[in-house]
Design a protein around this ligand. Structure first.
Ligand SMILES: Nc1nc2c(ncn2[C@@H]2O[C@H](COP(=O)(O)OP(=O)(O)OP(=O)(O)O)[C@@H](O)[C@H]2O)c(=O)[nH]1
Ligand SMILES: [Mg+2]
Length: 332
């Protein structure tokens, strides 16, 4: 007998379950139904039934996973722009909404969890450069795409989006940290320069506390800060109202530790449209190398216009460049 008092969210989730095509999607939907269904005597049978279906699907899906190496692995997104940054986090935190707000891309945003299934890139403008952001599927205690940690390993920076409208914010945040750790990715405040190809990868991360527009968010932010504040830096934003998004762009640019350098030819103005992107600490020689290796070999000296030099100052190959320096190469 079906009890008549199932909430409308459950009926909707059930509808989505029926529309689900892949096993992973079905698993996610069943979990959603289990999370929504009221827990009392009247729903006991349904819950037991849901659990059985879930465990059957999981077994089947594990078997399929072992068998099918043809199963798509989305751990690689073609790099574009000045850097690659991943948006990760628990279900429904607003990762896709943030991608849309920051890049103008239009991923699927929905009021229920487990909406995103594949990495979706978009380009975020910052001043005169573009930074690639990648939206990813959610991480929860029992759902994480197998390829996700490996995608996170490859990015330059991580935006760890958490949900200020959720009462489970601490638990959700912890779960993401733990699950990635199992995937040998450690989210850290500052990462060392040289990362191992295998083993644990330390990824520079900021917690982006999203939905700061909702009631109760200041209190949840405070709790979040208490528990995670000394491990990871934290910024608050709202993808809905746009609050904090401009600061977030600047934050990302600074965190990437990159500089922009403009090249010019003698007696010509510099090209400010298309800067050369270099790691902070790069030298004149590094800049020449990034343009062409012959260029580096034949480089005699350079002239610099910028904040740390006087205009047109002649510098040697080992001179360290600053953000927005203009550089004129002189070749033998
Ligand atoms: N109030 C408020 N709601 C938001 C904000 N950002 C996102 N939302 C809502 O939160 C819900 C989930 O947003 P999504 O962007 O789909 O979340 P997600 O993290 O991509 O979810 P998954 O793909 O399922 O992991 C949607 O209903 C959004 O409209 C925000 O800043 N404030
Ligand atoms: Mg999403």
């Amino acid at each position: 007998m079906v009890p008549a008092n199932l909430p409308p969210q459950y009926i909707q989730a059930e509808q989505r379950f029926r529309e689900a095509k892949t096993d992973e999607e079905k698993i996610a939907r069943l979990q959603e139904m289990l999370a929504i269904i009221p827990k009392h005597k009247g729903t006991e049978k349904i819950r037991a039934d849901l659990k059985t279906r879930l465990s059957r699907l999981r077994k089947g899906s594990a078997k399929k996973q072992r068998a099918a190496s043809r199963r798509p692995q989305f751990d690689h997104v073609e790099r574009e722009g000045a850097a690659q940054v991943a948006l990760i986090g628990p279900p429904n935190a607003g990762k896709s909404a943030l991608l849309a707000a920051l890049t103008g891309a239009s991923p699927e945003v929905a009021p229920y969890p487990f909406t995103t299934h594949r990495p979706a890139p978009g380009m975020m403008p910052f001043q005169n450069i573009q930074i690639q952001l990648i939206d990813t599927p959610p991480i929860a205690s029992d759902v994480m795409e197998t390829w996700l940690p490996s995608l996170v390993r490859k990015v330059d920076f991580v935006l760890f989006v958490v949900d200020l409208s959720s009462d489970d914010i601490l638990e959700q945040t912890d779960t993401v940290v733990e699950r990635l750790r199992e995937g040998r990715v450690e989210l850290v405040q500052t990462a060392p320069d040289d990362q191992p190809a295998s083993g644990v990868a330390a990824k520079k991360t900021v917690i982006v506390a999203n939905k700061c527009d909702v009631p109760g968010s200041p209190e949840r932010l405070k709790i979040l800060r208490e528990f995670f504040g000394d491990r990871l830096p934290l910024v608050q934003v709202s993808a809905s109202t746009g609050e904090g998004l401009e600061d977030l762009r600047t934050y990302v640019y600074r965190a990437l530790e990159i500089i922009r350098v403009y090249t010019k030819e003698p007696n010509r103005p510099p090209d400010r449209e298309d800067p050369v992107i270099l790691k902070r600490g790069s030298t004149v020689l590094d800049a020449a190398r990034s343009i062409h290796k012959d260029f580096a070999r034949n480089l005699k000296y350079a002239r610099i216009w910028g904040s740390n030099t006087y205009d047109g100052q002649r510098v040697e190959r080992a001179h360290v460049l600053a953000d927005e320096d203009i550089i004129e190469f002189h070749i033998r």
